[in-house]
Design a protein around this ligand. Structure first.
Ligand code: 5RP
Length: 228
């Protein structure tokens, strides 16, 4: 079993009958979705899944999870999602898979936001290894990218196949922004989102409650000091 699967397997243990469960995006969260589907078959459990992307919606349905809409639920009991970086305060960079907008909306409505990663995702400070993905509208996207650069980063428009821009589930573009480091992520999150044309950014500050870290030594669970 690889490290991502080990983290996903641990997280799936937290899913209980009757829960409303946010289904994350990316390779690690997808493993968790498949394991939840298996658990439903094996244990006859019933849950409602809330997607964080079109891909997680499709996968959830394919593995037999009854899918619902966030608007029909006041709160999600548990969301299992991946991350690109996790700092010592459990702040995250997310969005290399392109699903950061729905992921953040779902995380903000979740009681227990459980992040599943292998130990390569642990960093001392955010943007140490990964660029920060920022979803922006297509209109005047080069102007928006120039404004983002004034915050001290190097923005690069994400491209998909055939050198066409990558388009999110919401029909927007993503710029991946390289920062040397981000010392005050909370303030940077607000400064980024104040730029006209920005839809959302991949800084997840204070949203994660538990991080399941899988390494060669086994599983470690990091918990936020003050619960949400
Ligand atoms: C998608 C994400 C993913 O959770 C993140 O990119 C981690 O993916 P993986 O588990 O494949 O490494 O934020 O928008």
């Amino acid at each position: 079993m690889n490290r991502k699967e080990a983290a996903a397997r641990e997280a799936a243990k937290y899913v209980e009958d009757g829960m409303v469960v946010g289904l994350g995006s990316g390779s690690t969260a997808s493993m968790a979705i498949k394991l939840i589907g298996q658990k439903i078959k094996d244990e006859g459990m019933e849950i409602i899944g809330i997607p964080t992307s079109m891909a997680s919606d499709l996968l959830g349905r394919a593995v037999g999870i009854r899918m619902g809409e966030l608007d029909d639920h006041r709160e999600i009991d548990l969301t299992i999602d991946g991350a690109d970086e996790v700092d010592p305060r459990l702040n995250l960079v997310k969005g290399l898979g392109g699903a950061l907008l729905w992921e953040k909306v779902v995380a903000a409505s979740t009681k227990v936001e459980m992040i599943v990663v292998d130990d390569s995702k642990l960093v001392e400070h955010l943007c140490q290894k990964a660029p920060l993905p920022i979803e922006i509208v297509r209109f005047s996207h080069r102007t928006t990218a120039r404004r983002l650069a004034s915050l001290g980063c190097v923005p690069e428009l994400r491209v998909a196949d055939e050198d066409e821009p990558f388009v999110t589930d919401n029909g927007n573009y993503i710029v991946d922004c390289r920062f040397d480091r981000i010392d005050d992520p909370k303030s940077m999150e607000s400064r980024i989102n104040a730029i006209p044309g920005v839809v959302e950014n991949g800084l997840f500050i204070g949203l994660a409650s538990k991080v399941i870290v899988s390494s060669a030594d086994g599983i470690r669970i990091l918990e936020k000091a003050t619960p949400k």
